[in-house]
Each structure stands twice: as structure tokens, then as C-alpha cells.
Design a protein around this ligand. Structure first.
Ligand code: BES
Ligand code: MN
Ligand code: ZN
Length: 496
């Protein structure tokens, strides 16, 4: 796994700023007041920082105010002045954390002096943001010393008024950071490496953390009648699997269930995708990646909640054995499905996994995540995930969790006219509803496999699982969108 930066918390008192090497980060408040370490650094380097906050260009916004390379009077190679902005809310902390991570000199130690700036929970949120933005997937690169371009810093020293309290406050944040790193690694891995077997093995390894992990292979799935799921994997040599991760940290209440689409590669099958951009379909297991990262976080922070994560792992390949357009398969629920397009495979795997989860665990609510449709990207771009809900209370809890964590989402409608687009002449339902409202009809397909009265949310993360340009908190590539929001949803809904 990509290692998290190693973070040490130390007392700020008595540290000689002039002697620190590498990068030193200090803070100014929105009203131009320099925090104690910034005041000291300003004096050492002849007033550069007070001139920066005194300049008309300083607007007190969250971000990096200025960077001084080779500051006079200090051993450091770079001095960074940052500001958390006027309201210093979650969004501002994420912005300043991301900006600081990008401003660190590639070589040498990193010291961040937070004394006298903000309460511990806010500093911990800022440190989390720095750690998340420092993620760097190097699995297939030359060793760091030979690689072009220096690697990002691997260790941070955070100076604080009360280092012990801050370290305590940070531990749950670091559980979240590890879950997000785990998800991003899964999403970034290519499909020749991350086969369904390798994916399942990485989940099985989480038993060490206290999760219960069960793996079902093709014979078990066949016995359960999951023909819709199995049909998707029929053309692939890597075995279709369903992996269940259980974290029962609560009482004897019914579990909350998370379900994820884990298509390790989506060629489209016989309805083959065009070549241009097909390599991006290594991320089509993004929903399963998020579910796995959330389960890892819950185990690491020993959440007081009962949560079950279930992922369907399958590869969609064209082959002599592959499923054809026109085939009719029987789902575990018993409904028959006419396959119009083998590229609409995510819903075929999810319908069986959703049905299985409801039968096996009688959950109190279900959230599924999937890189399900290109259509959601047409609707919302790469800025927000689209979600659908059968329960307004669950929807408002999700919105609050997304708002708090910066994993932005937007509710889209369910409804009979959309479901009607899925009527089949020959079978109970067909797997596509045509081009109009493509993300909505995909959601309505899943809805047909959710029992009446079950609080359920489907989140289409096709647009947000990866970022081509990077975000405040993630470099280019996998974002880990949703791990933070779902961890937060578990906290507010089940641990409150
Ligand atoms: N995995 C894709 C959706 C996708 C597209 C994810 C772009 C990430 C980025 C999904 O399996 C798919 O192929 N959906 C089709 C459905 C259509 C055939 C009804 C689509 O969106 O075109
Ligand atoms: Mn597809
Ligand atoms: Zn797909």
C-alpha cells in the first residue's frame, strides 16, 4: 500500500525555528495577525512575512500567502506562510491544507508550526488535508532516487501548543486518511494486476484489522442464483467473486449496508467500447474501492456501529463465452432481464448483490456506489456525484455528510416514467432504457431490486472517482470520493 506520510506531533515551545532545515510552514490570520512562529520567522528573515500580509494583494483568503526560498536568517530552504481564511470552516481547511502540501519543498524535512492558531480539531482537519494531498502512486515507477522529478515529502513534524491532545485528535483523521489511500490504490491499479482474485486477497488481508471477511466464488454465486452477476463475468478468465466485509462494532441492531460495483475492467463486452479512453475503465471498480476504504477506516477507528460492506468483483470481457446482446438472464430475485447492451453491466452485478444483501442481512438501510453511467457525467460533470434516494431522512443525512467532508453530491429523481423506459417485450425488464436520462434509468433498474420500504441510496460516482487535473485533496487520478462522506454518515446516523 502507498505509505501515508509519517506525522510526528511535538511541542512548539522551545523549538529553535532558525535552525530547522527543509520547509518551515507558519500561519497568518485573515486579519493579518501573524501567529507566534510566524512572528519569529518574520523577525529572522527581516520582515518578509509582515510585508506579505501588509500588501494589498493579501485578502485573508484560505491558501498559501507567500513562499520565501532560502530565507535569510534561517537554515530552512523554504519558508511558507499560509492562511486559513476568515471563517476557517472545513472547506477552507481543506483548501489551505492542499495548498500547503503543494508548496512543500521536494527535499528535506517539513515542520508545520501550528501554535496559537486554532483549536485542535481544526488543526487536525488541516493536517488530514495535507496528508491526503501528499498521496503519490509510485507502484510502477523507478525507485525514487532514480526517478525523474522528486517524490513528495514522506514525513511531517507538526509543532503545537498541546502536542498530545492534537495527536489524539488526529488519530481518527489518520484512520480516514488510510482508508482513502487504500481506495485510491485500488482505483489506480491496472487490471492486469488488480484481478478479481487480487482484489479479494487485499480485502481478505483486512481480517488483521478485525474485519470479518467472506469470499464467495462462482460455485457459491451459482448456488445463490446470481445469474445476472455471473453473466457479466462469463467472458473473463478471472473468477467472479462477491466479498463481504463485516464490522460489528455496535449493539444488536440491524446493520447498515454498503454495496459497491467492482468491475475490475470494463471493455463493454460484446457491445465493445471504442478504443479511445478505454484504459480509463481500470477505475470501473471505484464503487467497490470506496466501500473497501470505508470498511478499513471503520475498523481502524473501531467505529461503534454495525456496518456490512459487500462488493461484486467481475471483469467484463468479449470472448467466445461472453454474454450477448439479446440474451435473457434470470436474476437472484427471480426477475428475468433482457440484455440489450452488454456494456450496461454494472446494474447487472448490483441487482444481484443488492438482492443478496437484503436477503442475507436484513439491513436498516443500504447505500450503493458505482461508476455506473457516462450519462451522470453529462448531467453533473466531474464536480459532483449524482445520487438517488427512496428515503428523505437518509438523503438529508448523506447531504450533510457530503457537505461536511467536501465530497459534493446532487440528488437526481427516481420515478415511474423512467422505470417505464425499461419495459422489455420478452422479459421482466431490460438492462438499458435508451439515451435519455441514462443515469436515472440505471438507478430505476437498481430500484426494481430494492424491497418496498427499504431506505436506499444509489450514488453514481462515474464522474468523481478519478480527477484528470487533481483536486484540493487529491493529485491526478483516483480521488477516494465518498470515503470521508460515508465514514461521516456512519458517525452521524449510527454513532451519534
Ligand atoms: N463503466 C461504465 C460507465 C462509466 C463511463 C464509468 C465513464 C466511468 C466513466 C458503464 O458500465 C457503462 O458502460 N455504461 C454505459 C451504459 C449504457 C450502455 C446504457 C454508458 O454510460 O454509456
Ligand atoms: Mn459498461
Ligand atoms: Zn462499467
Amino acid at each position: 500500500m502507498t505509505p501515508l506520510p509519517n506525522i510526528a506531533f511535538d511541542a512548539e515551545d522551545g523549538v529553535d525555528l532558525a535552525a530547522l532545515e527543509g520547509t518551515v510552514v507558519v500561519f497568518a490570520a485573515a486579519d493579518k495577525m501573524l501567529a507566534p512562529a510566524a512572528t519569529t520567522a518574520d523577525r529572522l528573515c527581516g520582515g518578509a512575512l509582515s510585508r506579505a500580509v501588509g500588501d494589498a494583494a493579501f485578502k485573508g483568503k484560505a491558501g498559501v500567502v507567500t513562499m520565501v526560498n532560502w530565507p535569510a536568517g534561517m537554515a530552512a530552504r523554504r519558508l511558507v506562510l499560509a492562511c486559513a481564511g476568515e471563517d476557517a470552516d472545513g472547506a477552507a481547511l481543506r483548501r489551505v491544507g492542499g495548498a500547503v502540501a503543494k508548496a512543500l519543498a521536494p527535499k528535506g524535512a517539513v515542520t508545520i508550526a501550528t501554535g496559537g492558531t486554532a483549536p485542535d480539531d481544526m488543526i487536525a482537519g488541516f493536517v488530514l488535508a495535507v496528508a491526503l494531498r501528499l498521496y503519490d502512486f509510485r507502484e510502477y515507477k523507478k525507485p525514487e532516487e532514480d526517478a525523474e522529478g522528486p517524490p513528495p515529502p514522506r514525513s511531517l513534524r507538526v509543532l503545537a501548543d498541546n502536542a498530545e491532545a492534537l495527536a489524539r485528535e488526529s488519530s481518527a483523521h489518520m484512520a480516514l486518511a488510510e482508508g482513502i489511500y487504500f481506495t485510491r490504490d485500488l482505483v489506480n491499479e491496472p487490471a492486469n494486476r488488480l484481478t478479481t482474485e487480487e482484489f479479494a486477497a487485499r480485502l481478505a488481508a483486512m481480517q488483521e484489522l478485525g474485519l470479518e471477511v467472506e469470499i464467495m466464488g462462482e460455485p457459491e454465486l451459482e448456488a445463490l442464483g446470481m445469474r445476472a452477476l455471473l453473466g457479466v463475468g462469463q467472458g473473463s478468465v478471472t473468477e467472479t467473486k462477491v466479498v463481504t466485509m463485516k464490522w460489528m462494532g455496535g449493539g444488536d441492531e440491524a446493520p447498515f449496508a454498503l454495496v459497491g460495483k467492482g468491475v475490475v475492467f470494463d471493455t463493454g463486452g460484446i457491445s465493445l467500447k471504442p478504443a479511445a479512453g478505454m484504459e480509463d475503465m481500470t477505475m470501473d471498480m471505484g464503487g467497490a474501492g470506496v466501500v473497501s476504504g470505508v470498511m478499513r477506516t471503520l475498523a481502524l477507528r473501531k467505529a461503534k456501529a454495525n456496518v456490512i460492506g459487500v462488493v461484486g468483483l467481475v471483469e467484463n470481457m468479449p470472448d467466445g463465452n461472453a454474454q450477448r446482446p439479446g440474451d435473457i438472464v434470470k436474476s437472484m430475485k427471480g426477475d428475468t432481464i433482457e440484455i440489450i447492451n452488454t456494456d450496461a453491466e454494472g446494474r447487472l452485478l448490483l441487482c444481484d448483490v443488492l438482492w443478496h444483501v437484503q436477503q442475507a442481512y436484513k439491513p436498516s438501510a443500504i447505500v450503493d456506489l458505482a461508476t455506473l453511467t457516462g450519462a451522470v457525467i453529462i448531467a453533473l460533470g466531474h464536480h459532483r456525484a449524482g445520487y438517488y434516494a427512496t428515503d428523505d431522512g437518509l438523503a438529508s443525512d448523506l447531504e450533510a455528510a457530503c457537505e461536511a467532508t467536501g465530497d459534493d453530491c446532487w440528488r437526481l429523481p427516481l420515478g415511474k416514467p423512467y422505470a417505464d423506459q425499461l419495459k422489455s417485450r420478452k422479459a421482466d425488464i431490460k438492462n438499458t432504457g435508451g439515451r435519455p436520462a441514462g443515469s436515472v434509468t440505471a438507478a430505476e433498474f437498481l430500484h426494481a431490486f430494492v424491497e418496498e420500504g427499504m431506505p436506499w441510496i444509489h450514488i453514481d460516482i462515474a464522474g468523481v472517482a478519478e480527477s484528470s487535473g487533481g483536486t484540493d485533496l487529491a493529485p491526478k487520478g483516483a480521488t477516494g470520493w465518498g470515503v470521508a462522506a460515508l465514514d461521516q454518515l456512519v458517525r452521524t446516523r449510527y454513532e451519534g
